[in-house]
Ligand binder design. Structure first.
Ligand SMILES: [Zn+2]
Length: 577
């Protein structure tokens, strides 16, 4: 069986592996994976809802408006009628024009953060809030004993069991133990049931499980009192059956500690693959300088932004070694039609940092780690929220080191740092789409004229002609994705990534909003308006409000969301001053 979907321009055949997964359990979803697109409903949703519909929630702007001013978050909290055991904290901030700053605010109940119900408030440089607020306040939280806790061991067992529950009855899936988990994260939170408005103390747990046959991403919301799993998901990706012999490779040195006396240089080597050759790297005028770190006669693909590791066909990220080579030898990692996946990933991630600086977006969590040559003939790429991992492809794909694929995976790390998590189905559709939008905007940035050259993604990694992974202008091409909320129904919400992809196309191509402006509106929405499990409606509302705050033509955004079945009449624009 194959583990991918390739979209032909006209013909689409359902891959057997996808059908296999769906049959065995309809609740498996694929998170973070660019190519594998399988998703199940966590809960059956009969209509799309906004946080505004939660019983007892209140729109913040009905309590506070400009020109009221507040000298501190505590003063603002009091004006919003937060209880004495609740505090408001700034979680992130973005500069707007005219010296204004837009802040994302999180409500804490006895020191425990409340999921989902975030607020936005605008402040001056001196920290005074100008009364412009938005977002929905949660219903009153009754008494919650937040000192109750579960040990990390207990939560690790629960997390491993989540993974096992999603693969029960499968003889080909190894049983996971707590000790197998990597990147295990447990965050104590208060979860508000959006149907009843009731609050509960929970843990949000997530981890990566990487074994020889599978990669799994279990995650769940666990009741802190009973230990019951309230809701969960577990993405599964299959590796190819293969003997992991490991090829001999003399270019890889030990992990280096970069200290002093290092410089940068432009090693001469080829990038790209047979379908999309280039860039041509080197020191000459018409070549692109890789700006690699150079020390003691070795080129090292590590700097303050990114560290590129090679896994040399292994699957355990801990076995990764920083790519290091003598300039005269080159990285020597040509495979499956690509000249040097390591050099390409290095180049594109560094370019992404330049792109983000130019777009005025800060990314604090550096250096990021990028792993190339993951497993053997792995036809996919993924991010576990912290690392980017790229396979070498095989029959259907070239190595997944193309500019837009790298940018898509990078975007997952960026999004993860904002605490917006791919969890509820609708947020998966929204976030996958944001990663597509990030990738498309980055591709445009790489073009000399800064404009979009075509509205596809992943075209350089597919081997067949006329195949691609995304089509923004018509996401439904290929028959898998939906591009209108009214068509989505109860189908797998991953299919919904076409909704925002299509809206983005409309905003840029049909409404003529410059792509970087549209990108900034979506990015500010992710940073300030989207929260853990917000769905299509609230996320579109966030983009609309972010666009308005950036002084963009908000009507263009309103119209394009209407075209994809999202009516934003419930989402009022709030004055910024
Ligand atoms: Zn993705």
């Amino acid at each position: 069986p194959t583990s991918f979907i390739v979209f032909k321009a006209k013909v689409y055949t359902e891959p057997p592996f996808i059908a296999d997964l769906i049959t065995f359990r309809s609740v498996i979803n694929m998170i973070h994976l660019l190519l594998i697109v399988v998703l199940g409903c966590l809960t059956r949703v009969d209509s799309f809802s906004s946080l505004s519909q939660t019983p007892g929630s209140i729109a913040a702007e009905t309590l506070v408006q400009p020109p009221q001013q507040f000298r501190s978050v505590d003063d603002l909290a009091a004006a919003l009628h937060l209880k004495s055991d609740q505090t408001l904290q700034i979680e992130s901030s973005v500069k707007l024009s005219k010296g204004l700053i837009q802040n994302k605010l999180r409500i804490y109940n006895n020191g425990v953060p409340i999921r989902n119900f975030i607020l936005q408030a605008i402040s001056f440089k001196n920290g005074t809030f100008n009364g412009a607020v938005s977002g929905w306040l949660p219903p009153p939280v009754g008494y919650i004993n937040s000192t109750i806790s579960k040990s990390e061991d207990e939560l690790a067992t629960i997390t491993a069991n989540i993974a096992n529950n999603y693969s029960s009855g499968r003889s080909d899936v190894e049983i996971a133990c707590a000790a197998d988990l990597t990147n295990h994260t447990c965050i104590k939170q208060i979860d508000i049931n959006t149907t009843t408005g009731k609050a509960a103390l929970v843990y949000f747990v997530r981890a990566t499980l990487s074994t020889n046959q599978l990669i799994r991403f279990p995650r769940g919301i666990v009741d802190a009192v009973t230990g019951n799993v309230i809701t969960s998901s577990a993405a599964i990706s299959r590796r190819k059956d293969h003997n992991y012999g490991g090829k001999s490779c003399d270019i890889i040195g030990d992990i280096v500690n970069i200290v002093s006396k290092e410089t940068t240089c432009c090693p001469e080597l080829k990038g790209g693959n047979l379908k999309c050759p280039g860039p041509n790297y080197g020191p000459k005028k018409k070549q692109i300088c890789l700006n690699a770190t150079y020390k003691d006669g070795y080129v090292i693909l590590a700097n303050k932004n990114v560290e590129v590791y090679t896994l040399d066909n292994q699957v355990d990220l801990r076995q990764g070694k920083i790519v290091k080579f003598k300039p005269e030898d080159g990285p020597n990692d040509e495979i499956n039609g690509a000249s040097s996946p390591a050099a390409d990933v290095w180049y594109y991630v560094n370019q992404i940092f330049d792109f983000m600086i130019e777009s005025n977006v800060t990314f604090p969590h550096t250096p990021v780690r990028a792993y190339v040559h993951f497993a053997d003939k792995f036809e996919n790429s993924f991010s576990d929220g912290t690392n980017m991992v790229f396979g070498d492809g095989d029959t259907f794909l070239y190595p997944l080191s193309a500019a837009d694929v790298v940018a898509h995976e990078f975007a997952h790390i960026f999004v993860n740092a904002t605490r917006v998590s791919n969890f509820r189905d609708e947020s998966i559709g929204s976030l996958e789409s944001y990663c597509d939008i990030f990738a498309k905007s980055f591709s445009a940035y790489l073009n000399p004229d800064g404009k979009v050259s075509d509205w596809t993604l992943g075209t350089c990694v597919t081997k067949q002609d006329n195949t691609t992974l995304r089509t923004f202008d018509d996401p439904t091409r290929g028959g898998f994705f939906k591009d209108n909320l009214t068509d989505l129904g109860n189908s797998f919400f991953y299919k919904g990534l076409g909704i925002f992809d299509r809206a983005f196309y409309c905003i840029v191509q049909e409404e003529n909003v410059p792509i970087n402006d549209a990108f900034k509106a979506f990015t500010n929405a992710v940073l300030l308006f989207w929260s853990e499990s917000t769905g299509f409606l609230d996320n579109a509302c966030g983009v609309y409000r972010a666009a308005s705050n950036l002084q963009l033509n908000a009507t263009s955004f309103f119209n394009c969301f209407r075209n994809v079945g999202i009516d934003l009449h419930f989402c009022s624009l709030v004055r910024t001053q």
